[in-house]
Design a protein around this ligand. Structure first.
Ligand code: THU
Length: 158
């Protein structure tokens, strides 16, 4: 018999940074700093990601482009892979992502690409703790409870 399933995802929406808890404001500010230092001469789209690890460390990353376009990498994966190499045993418990176009912070929250979502959910599963994701925009901030909510039915088999 055919069955139907609907998926339920909870996100919290804020209008401005000051409405978030202090710890989240700090993480968003670190992502903003990282975005300013991105290497994105080809797209002019600067993205920053800041990760809070279970040990309290903060790791940041930004997009790194290359003249051979597909060789570049998104901010989220730069940060996550660095965290994985530098602090292999530590869960990432929170991640803030910010994007700037031609020096101006985007109004709508940035939403990570599919490849980054795949890396985020595997990091979350490795860490064994939910990874809260803060998608920052200057007019709207969206907070997702766990990375897995961003990618239903991911590839997990091998
Ligand atoms: N980019 C990111 O770094 N993160 C995202 O979530 C979306 C896209 C980068 C890739 C490329 O350097 C530029 O933004 C334009 O796509």
């Amino acid at each position: 018999m055919m069955k139907q399933q609907s998926l339920h995802i909870v996100t919290r929406i804020f209008g401005k940074l000051g409405e978030l808890p202090e710890r989240d404001i700090n993480l968003v500010n670190r992502a903003l700093e990282a975005a300013r230092e991105a290497f994105a001469p080809y797209s002019g789209y600067h993205v920053g990601a800041a990760l809070l690890l279970a040990g309290g460390e903060i790791v940041t990353g930004n997009n790194q482009e290359n003249v051979a376009f597909p060789s570049g990498l998104c901010a989220e994966r730069v940060a996550l892979f660095y965290a994985g190499s530098r602090y292999p045993g530590l869960a990432v418990i929170r991640m803030a992502i910010v994007a700037m176009k031609d020096g101006i912070v985007q109004e709508s929250p940035v939403t990570p690409c599919g490849a980054c979502r795949q890396v985020m959910i595997e990091q979350e599963s490795r860490g064994g703790l939910p990874m809260e994701v803060i998608l920052y925009g200057s007019r709207e901030i969206r907070v997702i409870e766990r990375a897995a909510d961003l990618l239903p039915f991911p590839f997990i088999h091998l």
